[in-house]
Ligand binder design. Structure first.
Ligand SMILES: NC(=O)c1ccc[n+]([C@@H]2O[C@H](COP(=O)([O-])OP(=O)(O)OC[C@H]3O[C@@H](n4cnc5c(N)ncnc54)[C@H](OP(=O)(O)O)[C@@H]3O)[C@@H](O)[C@H]2O)c1
Length: 273
């Protein structure tokens, strides 16, 4: 059987990079896509291919997908992984600042899928794995914009799964908790541009050490990589893979506790009471 062709967005770091390296080891033809091609040298040395792609730019996405089709003739699996976190309060956050995040986390996923789906539909098979988050299921103070972008990923994925089932295409969602990648560095960098205002500043001052501590203890990304690979390889993959104790526990608690109790628990944990 010929080797499967996989496109992974956000392959220059974190989940995307480690999934790419693991799939190369397993014998897949792996195309990693990201803006920082130089950060994909390890992937290229391991036998993968690196494509410069900005998922916010339609031309860039089209040209990346066209390159793969020209060379390989098909894309068997797509991992929509590119994304980042930007946090802020609803009252004081600049909407344009958050539009950048939606353009990657939400529209980026749609853009790449729109260019890949016609090829999978022609083959009448394929797998799409969309990377959401625990905050695709729960939302907390200060994370509302990021959580809403991941709630959108969940809703789009559910719709996509139903729309393309009849073309033999599987769609799965992976919902990680906190894992050690480049994610926390980007969040902290994004926070530098946030001016929360006097009323909210003390909450940010408490949140930053809480967040840093959480990521200092965060596990390495193997379980997420394994879930992505399972979603690609299984004949009937699960619709959702919650990965990590915090993700599984958080989603379960949200279901078990009422909103008020969940709110109180979160506010306590985040020292926001
Ligand atoms: N780590 C966690 O705790 C965690 C938890 C839940 C969900 N997630 C989700 O997991 C996914 C992967 O994140 P990660 O944790 O692996 O973080 P990461 O190490 O920061 O990797 C993010 C990747 O996204 C890419 N990216 C960002 N903007 C892009 C754009 N405009 N076009 C193309 N690629 C872009 C980055 O590449 P370039 O900058 O080179 O373009 C990078 O390769 C994200 O969707 C994130 O929301 C992470």
């Amino acid at each position: 059987m010929s080797k499967k062709v996989v496109l992974i967005t956000g392959a220059s770091s974190g989940f995307g990079k480690f999934t790419a390296l693991e799939l190369i080891k397993k014998g897949y033809i792996v195309y990693g896509a990201a803006r920082r091609v130089e950060q994909m040298n390890e992937l290229v040395s391991a036998g993968g291919k690196a494509i410069k792609m900005d998922v916010t730019q339609d031309d860039s996405v089209k040209s990346g997908v066209d390159q793969i089709i020209e060379k390989e003739g098909r894309i068997d699996a797509l991992v929509n992984n590119a994304g980042f976190g930007s946090y802020g309060f609803i009252e004081t956050t600049n909407i344009d600042h958050m539009k950048r995040m939606y353009d990657v986390n939400v529209w980026g996923l749609v853009r790449v899928s729109q260019h890949v789906l016609p090829h999978m539909r022609k083959m009448q098979k394929g797998s799409i794995v969309n990377i959401s988050s625990i905050v695709g299921k729960v939302s907390t103070a200060f994370l509302g914009f990021y959580a809403s972008s991941k709630h959108a990923v969940e809703a789009l994925s559910d719709a996509m799964r139903q729309e393309v089932k009849r073309f033999g295409i599987n769609v799965s969602i992976v919902e990680p908790g906190a894992f050690s990648t480049g994610f926390d560095d980007v969040v902290l960098k994004e926070l530098e541009a946030v001016n929360p205002g006097e009323a909210y500043q003390p909450i940010v001052d408490n949140f930053i050490p809480y967040f840093k501590k959480m990521y200092e203890k965060a596990p390495s990304p193997e379980p997420v990589v394994n879930a992505i690979i399972k979603a690609i390889e299984e004949k009937n993959p699960k619709t959702r893979y919650a990965v990590g104790m915090d993700a599984k526990g958080g989603i379960m608690m949200k279901g078990l506790l009422g909103d008020r109790t969940f709110d109180n628990m979160m506010l306590g944990q985040m020292k926001m009471k």
